[in-house]
Design a protein around this ligand. Sequence first.
Ligand SMILES: Nc1ccn([C@@H]2O[C@H](COP(=O)(O)OP(=O)(O)OP(=O)(O)O)[C@@H](O)[C@H]2O)c(=O)n1
Ligand SMILES: O=C(CO)[C@H](O)[C@H](O)COP(=O)(O)O
Length: 432
Amino acid sequence: MDRPVEPGHFSACEARLDKHMAGLCSVDFPVAVVLPAGGSGERTGLLTPKQFCTFLNRPLISYTIQTFERVPWIQSIVVVVAKESLDLMMDIIHRFHHRNVLVVHGGSTRHRSIFNGVRALSEGEDGTARVKPKVVIIHDAVRPFVEEDFLLKITMAAKEQGAAGAIRPLVSTVIATTLEGYLDHSLERTKYRASEMPQGFIYDVIYQAYQRCSESDFEFGTECLHLALQYCGTNAKLIEGPPTLWKVTYKRDLAAAESIVKETLSQSACVVTGGSAQATELANALQRSMSALDMEVDVISDLIGDNAKSLSKEWNFIQLSVNSSCFSEVGRILGALEEADRALLHPVVIIWVYLNVSEDGSSASEPTGGEPAAMMELATGAKLGNILVYGIQLHHSKEATLWGRSVEKVAQMSCALIRDRSPALTGQLLQA
Ligand SMILES: Nc1ccn([C@@H]2O[C@H](COP(=O)(O)OP(=O)(O)OP(=O)(O)O)[C@@H](O)[C@H]2O)c(=O)n1
Ligand SMILES: O=C(CO)[C@H](O)[C@H](O)COP(=O)(O)O
């Protein structure tokens, strides 16, 4: 029999749940989640199973685990992986500091993997009984984006009805084909829905459904809600979910998942002026231009005292320097981010904007000798810690149109650097 491996303890989770239940949350019963991640991802055409494919320096499965870790009323997380992926999974849990995750061996089909995960919630590896949850959520490990409020809807409906599942409108019409490959008939699209995940079940319902179902169900079935209906007479409540519930199935879906994460990380930026009048003027102009590019910008003079909060909230920093090619301010942001392990889960961007103001207001001066090399050195070290450092140099102009154009260019470059998060461009001192 497949045996679970426990890197974490459920007791910490129980304490978390108790604390939460003390006042904040309407979920006053134990909830667990099973994340089947034991497939090989053939349809991606990649050698690595899709749940272990990495984007923005982190495997897909870690994004999904993090999604559930953030939900305070979820008591325990069971991840089901193929035997050969066990070490890799343990390494991911360790590397990204995941807590309270129970890892269980998978089976040869999705249903077999899910049943192993469900069973592990009530039975220890030596057959000893565990305190089973009231509701279990089942969610494909390759659907990284699901919001707490939707999980709550599924959980509460599952508690009421015995089973609940996410649905989406069909994108294409479903047709039946003849054996010869001709159209047999088509279904009326408005009557049908795509069944997605998450799904929620009263624990005993899904456990019994799996105990009663046939070998053929285990081998060929694709729908847990169907098992609950057929073997326990439980009619699932269906709830329409958002499009982001889609399942990563093909290679292009990995790129789509990456772009969703990038978009989330690129909604705002924090501009640090250092306090000088010229830098503040530039920061205010950048704020206007970047907000026209749909990026919210907060302008602060430093990252001290109350302003230090930005270090734990913001994913993007723009540090302004006027006539000073010294990287000490950038170094300070870097140090603070590294100390807080801020870039563990997502890459953080720092853009150093160097404003060159010559005495006579001319724009003749060029970047001075050591800067590009020093930038590169700083950025190379930062990249190892998942912090992406870029530089932009601009010259002040007394001529309003020219100056406006330069500021606009800095705003566009900053938005592009933040949105692309390209490791290849780190350390470059770009010219605006
Ligand atoms: N024996 C299996 C097969 C699938 N899954 C999991 O079930 C989820 C949804 O299945 P699917 O998208 O079909 O994944 P794969 O089977 O890996 O993909 P493919 O069919 O392309 O091989 C995935 O998280 C997958 O890892 C599983 O736990 N155990
Ligand atoms: O949506 C789902 C269930 O309702 C499943 O994710 C889907 O059935 C998985 O199937 P497959 O392994 O064939 O992709």
